[in-house]
Design a protein around this ligand. Structure first.
Ligand SMILES: *Cc1c(COP(=O)(O)O)cnc(C)c1O
Length: 371
């Protein structure tokens, strides 16, 4: 019997489950005649900020733009240094350079795979303006230590929450710890639009005002630029979809965690490294990333047996052609470099059935035995 293919992510499944509601939302916007920064965006900004636990949300065109707008709103630019990680989506580092600032890289913790706060002191300089931790794969970074360090050294903290919608530490959602928090609504993210989208959240009214100015040409009043700005608006259609999807997020994250626990129970005691569910933290399980010495062979084996996987990310940023040899900190990232060769993202999405998880696990254990 031919078995079906199991993809690594499957964003259209959610559409088919709620097709009528999405189509009605689209028709409502299309017939309403307002397509940019209207009611749907306002409703979404307020609802998403409330969900995370802060007062202000400013929706933008992508997660990358969210990072750029956040950095600009803090006045970070030429010559300023921002400390972040190399084991992340390229957007994190690209955004820092796009505002003219200088990324400084530190290594990650082998268990959380997030920024190692013990390495911050060595990376600090007189030009350091901000810390930019990434809650990678949905795992919260060590925010208690990172926030304490930032306070001691008078640094801004921007959280990259693009993979961590709904993750929490001691009941408090990530995105509510730093001065600013950046989210992406790329279709495969835990909260994803049917296109591009992003948001910056903050609890500080002055920063919220700056974010709004930067988002649209520095306009407080239309056609009068108070500061030099840009255009990175979220459109009404995507905001309408996001308003519907936000209502599904808590349940979907719960489903992701159930899938994760099933993977963990099946893979316990095997040769595969699995994600930690750190004490007191709730993982958003954006990606379920295992570690193995035989990554490429395993990926090939799963592919031949109808299971899609991905590598997030195959080459650390400091080793990619655009950045090679020119980012400070590049020579001291052994944990990052080792991890990049060992990681494999398994299928993970809320609609993934337990039977499919079992099929993936059977293949993994079979591979381990034949190894
Ligand atoms: C997806 C992602 C981004 C960028 O978001 P886009 O919406 O694709 O621009 C930034 N940081 C991380 C960690 C991401 O995963």
């Amino acid at each position: 019997m031919k078995t079906h293919f199991i993809p690594v992510a499957d964003p259209s499944r959610q559409y088919f489950d709620y097709a009528e509601a999405f189509q009605a939302a689209a028709a409502h916007v299309l017939e309403g005649g307002r397509y940019i920064l209207g009611r749907e965006v306002n409703v979404f900004e307020a609802a998403f900020a409330r969900y995370i636990g802060v007062r202000y949300g400013v929706a933008v065109n992508s997660g990358t733009d969210a990072l750029i707008v956040a950095l600009k709103a803090l006045g970070i630019g030429a010559g300023d240094e921002v400390i972040t990680v190399s084991h992340t989506a390229v957007a994190t580092v690209a955004a820092i350079e796009l505002v003219g600032a200088v990324p400084v890289l530190v290594d990650i913790q082998p268990d959380t795979r997030c920024l190692n706060p013990d390495l911050l002191s060595a990376a600090l300089s007189e030009r350091t303006k901000a810390l930019l931790p990434v809650h990678l794969y949905g795992q919260p970074a060590d925010m208690a230590v990172i926030m304490a360090f930032a306070k001691d050294h008078h640094l801004w903290v921007i959280e990259d929450c693009a993979q961590a919608h709904g993750a929490s530490v001691a009941g408090r959602k990530v995105g509510s710890f730093g001065d600013l928090a950046c989210f992406s609504f790329y279709p495969t993210k835990n909260l994803g639009a049917f296109g591009d989208g992003g948001a910056v959240l903050t609890d500080q009214p002055k920063l919220a005002e700056q974010l709004r100015l930067v988002r649209e040409y520095g306009w407080h009043e239309r056609y009068i630029s108070e500061i030099p700005g840009m255009n990175t608006r979220l459109d009404e259609l995507q905001a309408a979809f996001l308003n519907l999807k936000l209502g599904l997020l808590t349940e979907e994250n719960q489903k992701r965690r159930e899938i994760a626990y099933h993977y963990l129970s099946r893979l316990e005691g095997s040769q595969f490294g699995t994600p930690v569910m750190a004490e007191g933290t709730e993982h958003a399980m954006h990606l379920f990333v295992i570690e193995t010495d035989h990554r490429d062979k395993l990926q090939e084996y799963l592919s031949q047996n109808g299971v899609g996987t991905a590598i997030h990310y195959p080459v650390p940023i400091h080793l990619q052609p655009a950045y090679l040899g020119r980012l400070r900190g590049s020579d001291s990232l052994p944990v990052t470099e080792r991890l990049a060769k060992r990681i494999l993202s398994l299928p993970m999405y809320p609609q993934l059935s337990i039977e499919d998880v079992d099929r993936v696990c059977d293949l993994l254990l079979q591979f381990a035995r034949s190894d």
